[in-house]
Design a protein around this ligand. Structure first.
Ligand code: AMP
Length: 280
């Protein structure tokens, strides 16, 4: 396994592999790797000749006042976990190599970026689209892997790849959960024991929503019920959004249709957590 820090070197390595006709799987991460990340990395390894995992806490996707400085970082632990899986390259650039003095270009995927999380994290998806655009240009992967856990992000990336003709296959992998249903996330590390216990309410609300939809209850009523469940948990300090949404346009649904996105963003104490499920 090689660790590459310089974007131009990463580009040369990728170019060489492409000339040799090799497929490249790419898994972008912000590090502090957990089972959710590792499931993506294993899948990329299994489906491609070579795999590149990037570890980069991208400053442009953090909104002012968010946790950029205290975001968990554990590069040594990450390297060990990736090495065990048997991956070829870790791309570990530093901030100035990707955003040098004078940097001025940003990519915006319109409409989708303003909904759900975008309303509460203005500029977040612009940062995500920008860094992924840069990574895609450097690595030119055959396939890139994303978690359904960040469903809106995956949808936006798919849109960008199609709109900007990247010709990269975007693969969305299932959300990996703890035994009690909580979606695994690097930010779960912020939770106190009490908050951790309370956080299972998110998955419980999603599952209740799923059950009601399957029973034929109207989406607007399902959304209300999910909200009520979250409101009844005293450690939920803020409900940013909850309910039944269109899985392609991300608008809230009032009427029945074939496919639904059930999605939640809440704060438990000071920690913002998101989760979703798709129902067909
Ligand atoms: P992050 O390091 O949080 O930017 O996440 C990197 C990738 O891992 C993203 O595509 C996430 O959607 C994915 N991911 C994070 N948590 C999970 C999880 N619990 N299950 C599956 N994928 C995940």
């Amino acid at each position: 396994m090689e660790i590459i820090r310089i974007p131009s070197i990463m580009r040369e390595i990728a170019k060489d592999l492409i000339i040799k006709g090799k497929s490249i799987g790419f898994v972008p991460t912000m590090g502090a790797l957990h089972e959710g990340h590792l499931s993506l990395i294993k899948r990329a390894r299994d489906e491609n000749d070579y795999t590149v995992v990037s570890i980069f806490v991208n400053p442009t996707q953090f909104v002012q006042g968010e946790d950029y400085d205290r975001y968990p970082r554990d590069v040594e632990g990450d390297k060990e976990k990736i090495e065990k899986i048997g991956i070829d390259y870790i791309f570990l650039p530093d901030v100035t190599s990707l955003y040098p003095h004078g940097y001025s270009t940003y990519v915006t995927v319109e409409s989708l970026s303003d909904k759900l999380c975008g309303k509460f994290r203005p500029g977040h998806f612009r940062g995500v689209a920008t860094i992924l655009c840069k990574f895609f240009n450097i690595i030119k992967p055959t396939r890139a892997y994303f978690g359904q856990k960040d469903y809106q992000q995956a949808l936006i990336v798919k849109r960008m790849v199609e709109d900007l003709n990247f010709g990269i296959e975007i693969i969305i992998c299932p959300t990996i959960r703890e035994n009690d249903g909580l979606a695994i996330s690097s930010r779960n590390l912020y939770l106190s024991d009490e908050e951790r216990k309370a956080s299972i309410i998110i998955y419980q609300a999603l599952k209740k929503g799923e059950q009601l939809l399957k029973e034929g209850v109207n989406p607007s009523e399902v959304s209300l019920k999910m909200k009520e469940i979250l409101e009844n948990e005293p450690l939920v300090s803020e409900i940013q959004y909850t309910g039944v949404f269109d899985p392609f346009r991300l608008d809230e649904l009032r009427e029945k249709q074939d496919k639904y996105l059930l999605a939640i963003a809440v704060k438990i104490g000071d920690t913002r957590l998101i989760d979703n499920i798709i129902i067909e």
